[in-house]
Design a protein around this ligand. Sequence first.
Ligand SMILES: [Zn+2]
Length: 178
Amino acid sequence: MVPEKKPALIVVDMLKDFIDPGGVLYCGEHSREIIPAVKREIDSAREKGIPVIFVNDTHAHDDSEFRMFPPHCVVNSEGAEMIPEISPLPDDYIVKKNRYSAFFETGLEELLQRLEINHLIIVGVCSNICVLYTSADALNREYSVEVPADAVTSFDREAHEFALKELKNTLGANVREN
Ligand SMILES: [Zn+2]
């Protein structure tokens, strides 16, 4: 018997440092273009009573990730704030992460278990970084994963296309075309 799907929506890194044109790691125009699709997924989840979980990059000022990338989403900085177009409601959840995978040393897995979730819809940025590695970790943990193709993107177009293929062909995620 196929178990009933119990979905949650995971919104990855819709933060000023990535999505605001003045942000330290601004992901470019494409990241602005996905905002309506991300909002569509949030609205649809809320309508259906699906939990909405924001996973937000948050780094200490001396995080080791800053060997790879310039300092971004530093705790309590403006860049770590969510973009104004997307405002969490009191019933939503916010999980702070400091690695690409939202499962790494966060309370995400515990939260999903508590909510008895077995299916994740994942949106946000970057498709080839946090979306991909969070999806891989979710699939390793036996969650099924669905990625609406128009609600994820990257500053790197080639890497974005690769990530969609990898999600579909290697990880077995459902890359949904709308
Ligand atoms: Zn980061």
